[in-house]
Design a protein. Structure first.
Length: 499
């Protein structure tokens, strides 16, 4: 295997290359029959210019503009956030230009071992969850989870978890509904074999009204306890319910189900200059593979679509989906502008240190997680999946909020690519895929899979097979790193006033 030292992502259009290792001033690269001398020390994942450009000229990466130069630069100079400026502004008018898509991927009839629920949905875990309707009962919820773990050997149960949060009261309109929808989605998630909904009684999110939001739910597996309605010790009352739920859920067993039942969230965070070259394209190839098997993937982080949104819009199956995607993008831009914030205020300091200079740079790499499939559905925040295939979901870029939203939509696990590393996890297995081998070597307790092997010369098809095998293993019960570490939590999107 031969290790590459740089890559020109779009051979025809790009006027920069990305360095796959650090370069020293004076080193040379040979590209398109031309020798370029690197003009200053430049870190791995960063860009150098292939020809002289003037201030205002567009810098092209992935075949698309990622911003314009603030100053004149010479070939071989380092292009970064200090000399590159975003082209993004406010809302735009878009035109639908669809094109035919053929994935040409055969159904190989693979399966995973999952828990088939009464409604036909499939879980990758069999857990008992305590879901507070309001943050005031967080302490009770955590005490109940600890008690059940102490009392039982958890035979047949993967975990017992209280999903604590700060909300459920003192919220108005949109925020209140966001909280109710996310908590509803958690209660109905197939990774839960049983759920105790724990209320206080006086909160805005009234417990009995909240239960109506669940619709036609499995009343043998989802129970309600309202603490203010209990005479005496609410913990003992809760334990009585949990013991019964435990006896029911522990009887559940895994069985082989087709990959068409798998729903996977696509997320990135702590991205670097290799994210759009290794991990994100690898996840995109898996997304296409899963969609071809009849399965489902969801792409979110709407602000990190800005600058690459037309690629997604033109992959929409229908004009109606195109219109929904336009609203998805422009509504989030309006959210930024209504708070007096610029649309292009991204990427983060860690992104910039890793080689991502503008939001367009970030977006063009980020959206590669979606592969090349048609967009089959567009979801509002808190919505549950209705369509198989690739879906787009409205949620911010914040790692925990977005990952929670993916799981709430119905994903049984989340694929999270990262170049800088992060330990967190949401309420479903949250697999970390490193963009570079250095991170994988430094943080093996965080990282589940190393896509940096591609830079080291690993074959794409070989690595995709290993990656797919790993995902199926996790879906079938192998613990992700965040589960082994016990790093699991939820976060709910907040926009408005707190009373």
């Amino acid at each position: 295997m031969q290790t590459k030292s740089f890559i020109k992502i779009n051979p025809q259009e790009d006027n920069v290359v990305v360095l796959l290792r650090p370069f020293k001033e004076g080193e040379e690269i040979h590209v398109d029959g031309t020798t370029i001398t690197v003009r200053q020390d430049t870190p791995q994942g960063h860009k150098i210019l292939l020809r002289d450009l003037k201030a205002g000229d567009q810098v092209i990466k992935y075949g698309f503009p990622i911003g314009h130069l603030r100053e004149d630069l010479k070939a071989g100079q380092w292009v970064n956030e200090n000399n590159l400026k975003t082209n993004l502004a406010g809302e735009l008018t878009y035109t639908y230009h669809p094109y035919p898509i053929s994935l040409a991927i055969a159904d190989d009839h693979r399966t995973f071992e999952g828990f088939v629920r009464k409604n036909g949905e499939v879980g990758t875990r069999n857990e008992i969850w305590i879901v507070p309707t309001v943050g005031c009962v967080n302490g009770i919820a955590e005490r109940l989870a600890a008690r059940l773990k102490e009392e039982t050997d958890l035979e047949g149960i993967d975990d017992v978890k209280a999903w604590i949060h700060n909300y459920g009261c003192s919220q108005l309109s949109g925020d209140h509904e966001n909280t109710r929808k996310i908590l509803r989605d958690v209660c109905l998630h197939p990774n839960a074999g049983a759920v105790l909904v724990l209320g206080l009684g006086c909160e805005n999110n009234q417990p009995h009204e909240f239960m109506k939001l669940l619709g036609d739910y499995d009343q043998d597996r989802i129970k309600l306890l309202v603490s203010q309605e209990v005479d005496g010790d609410e913990v003992e009352a809760g334990m009585k319910i949990l013991r019964d739920l435990y006896e029911k859920a522990r009887q559940d067993r895994r069985q082989s189900v087709p990959l068409s039942k798998l729903r996977v969230g696509l997320k990135c965070g702590g991205s670097d200059g290799l994210s759009g070259i290794t991990a994100n394209p690898l996840v995109g190839k898996f997304s296409d593979y899963l969609v071809a098997q009849g399965g489902t993937t969801i792409l979110t982080e709407v602000p990190e679509m800005f600058g690459a949104e037309t690629i997604l819009m033109n992959r929409c199956k229908t004009p109606e989906l195109f219109d929904q995607t336009v609203h998805l993008i422009n509504d989030f831009k309006e959210y930024f502008l209504s708070h007096g914030e610029p649309v292009g205020e991204n990427p983060s300091p860690g992104n910039k240190a890793g080689g991502i200079s503008t939001l367009e740079d970030k977006a063009l790499g980020c959206t590669q997680k979606s592969g090349k499939a048609y967009v089959s559905g567009v979801l509002a925040y808190g919505d549950r999946l209705q369509e198989n295939g690739l879906n787009l979901l409205s949620a911010p870029g914040n790692d925990l909020v977005a990952s929670t939203a993916l799981a709430s939509a119905g994903c049984q696990l989340v694929l999270f690519t990262t170049g800088r590393g992060t330990p967190f996890g949401t309420f479903v297995p949250t697999m970390k895929i490193s963009t570079n081998s250095q991170l994988y070597a430094r943080k093996p307790n965080w990282i589940d899979f190393n896509a940096g092997q591609l830079v080291d010369g690993k074959d794409w098809d070989e690595l995709l097979k290993a990656f797919t095998d790993k995902i199926i293993a996790v879906a079938s019960g192998e613990r992700a790193r965040n589960e082994e570490n016990g790093y699991r939590e939820i976060a709910i999107f907040k926009n408005g006033v707190t009373l």
